[in-house]
Design a protein around this ligand. Structure first.
Ligand code: GLN
Length: 540
């Protein structure tokens, strides 16, 4: 246990979507590359216990950790930047805090006291923060929401108290704000930042560093104005101009010399991070040699954040192949209306995960197109399930083949409920989580055994197994296995008797997987399947 963990709290002001997640990830990355043990925590001030039940269109992607927690998409950014597996402890919500306080109260742990926000809720928050930090030199904590929101109050009180508990040299407050550019006046405005810092100070928090988001560079004069009005050192106003790639942000922060005020606050000698390899990859994202066009057939296209990990994983593969990934967004429902023209223009076709019936027929058309026209294809989760359905319908001739997700009474359930599998096969090892919406979810990491001489195994450099993460309620039905295999579908990945991956014999590269390879992809170690898919698409 590290008794001297240092805490960096990142709050946000003025408005949401300023990139607190990327700011926190970038700071953590610079510290990690300076050879410190770094961990990171996201606190979400909403009442839901986790984002698992929220619509992707409401909240963006649900990121799944190795240990099977359904978390905020910022946890995905943290893992991708830090190249580290995090766990359910690295994200908590107001709902979880209240639930555990109420459960303790029911067990009589508060010895008859009246339970209040101060001290009980605030103490619970502090204790959770300290427990995540205990193994690390630094813990970066991102407080979701915006200063001034009612929901954030207990968290701000907790971090105020932590400074008092631990002293100035173990706690640093960084405030991310916006410096808007007013076109008509041709001026950058600092007033919102000043107000936001005043609001923080009213609560008793004095930030030591301001990260000012801006679409234009700030003059030295303007930086000094912010420093003076916010009561911080001149070198502690860090400008975060809009970057070409999120992975450039740590490099920009380094250039703005953010590490000097950080080290000074903790009374530590200067840090010297090694960002060379990182910088070289970022260069390939910004100025790639070649490009490839990937057809991304989805249905949550009004909020592309729903596919965050997958679009990032494509960027990682691109960076490592010095290739720009041009995503051609294709709404699956548009394919249902008739024309498949867009599919002719792409080098590879990708079907991501998804829930519910809307848009599935369009995805099945795209799969058929990729299969028949020999276009590199990757199907993920729902994308694999639909690949089996397409094959069953169009190759095996089972015209009514479907998933019991779309028709619970279907006589041809190529895809069926996990519980049915557990019941029929008596297979008890399947670790599942009961979903509050009913049904059983298979969540988190499982080991998948890879078939000899398969495209999948070759993507994983001939490793015998691969560990990847799951999030689904339905499974391929083993009853159809023999028929699929006889007709040329290869079961290339398995775990506990479950079909985890398939591919096609007579096709240059058609691979579909039940797990989500995108969750383990990082800038410095892209996921092998996604990397191979992009490589194959480049050959097109
Ligand atoms: N809806 C499917 C299932 O629950 C697929 C889920 C997914 O793609 N993540 O099994």
């Amino acid at each position: 246990m590290n008794q001297k963990t240092k805490y960096i709290f990142v709050t946000g002001g003025v408005l949401s979507s300023l990139g607190k997640g990327i700011t926190s990830s970038s700071i953590a990355t610079l510290l990690k590359h300076s050879n410190f043990e770094v961990s990171i925590l996201k606190i979400d001030p909403y009442i839901n216990l986790d984002p698992g039940t929220m619509s992707p269109l409401e909240h963006g992607e649900v990121f799944v950790t190795q240990d099977g927690a359904e978390t905020d998409l910022d946890i995905g950014h943290y893992e991708r930047f830090l190249d580290k597996n995090l766990s359910r402890e690295n994200n908590f919500t107001t709902g979880q805090v209240y639930l555990s306080v109420i459960e303790k109260e029911r067990r009589g742990e508060y010895l008859g006291k009246t339970i209040q926000i101060v001290p009980h809720i605030v103490d619970e928050i502090k204790q959770r923060i300290r427990s995540v930090g205990q193994q690390s030199d630094f813990l970066v904590v991102e407080i979701g929401g915006t200063v001034g929101d009612m929901e954030s109050m207990p968290y701000l009180e907790a971090i105020r108290q932590m400074k008092q508990d631990l002293g100035d040299q173990r706690v640093l407050n960084i405030h991310v704000t916006l410096v808007p550019y007013i076109k008509t006046a041709e001026e950058l405005k600092t007033k919102p930042t000043q107000h936001s810092v005043q609001e923080l100070r009213r609560i008793g928090i004095n930030p030591q560093i301001i990260v000012a988001r801006s679409e234009k560079p700030l003059t030295q004069e303007l930086k000094q104005k912010i420093a003076l009005s916010c009561g911080i050192a001149n070198d502690s106003v860090i400008v975060a101009e809009d970057a070409k790639s999120i992975y450039q942000v740590p490099l920009n922060f380094l250039q703005e010399d953010i590490l000097t005020p950080i080290a000074r606050n903790f009374a530590m000698p200067p840090f010297s991070p090694n960002m060379q390899e990182w910088g070289a990859l970022v260069q390939k994202i910004i100025a790639p040699k070649q490009s490839v066009k990937i057809g991304f057939v989805g249905k949550y296209l009004t909020l592309k954040e729903s596919y965050k990990s997958l679009t990032e994983a494509l960027i990682h593969a691109g960076a490592n192949l010095d290739t720009k990934i041009e995503i051609q967004w294709i709404d699956s429902q548009d394919l249902e209306k008739g024309s498949l023209d867009t599919l002719h223009q792409v080098d590879g076709i990708l079907i991501p995960g998804g829930f519910g019936e809307r848009g599935i027929e369009g995805k099945i058309k795209a799969i058929e197109f990729a299969r028949v026209h020999q276009i590199p294809f990757l199907g993920i989760c729902l994308g694999m399930q639909l690949s089996l359905i397409e094959f069953a319908r169009n190759v095996l001739g089972i015209k009514d083949a479907t998933s019991s997700e779309f028709d619970p009474q279907t006589p041809s359930p190529i895809i069926y409920m996990i519980e049915d599998f557990i019941d029929q096969e008596g297979c008890q090892q399947i670790r599942t989580h009961t979903s509050p919406l009913g049904g059983t979810m298979r969540l988190g990491e499982y080991e998948c055994h890879l078939k000899e001489n398969s495209k999948l195994k070759s993507a994983y450099h001939q490793a015998p197994t691969a560990k990847e993460r799951h999030r689904h309620r339905y499974e391929a039905n083993p009853k159809y296995r023999q028929m699929l295999e006889n007709a040329g579908m290869i079961i290339s990945g398995e775990s506990d008797g479950l079909i985890e991956a398939v591919e096609l014999q007579d096709h240059p590269w058609f691979v579909a997987v039940q797990f989500h390879p995108e969750f383990t992809s990082r800038l410095q170690s892209p996921n092998p399947i996604i990397l191979e898919f992009v490589k194959q698409s480049l050959k097109q």
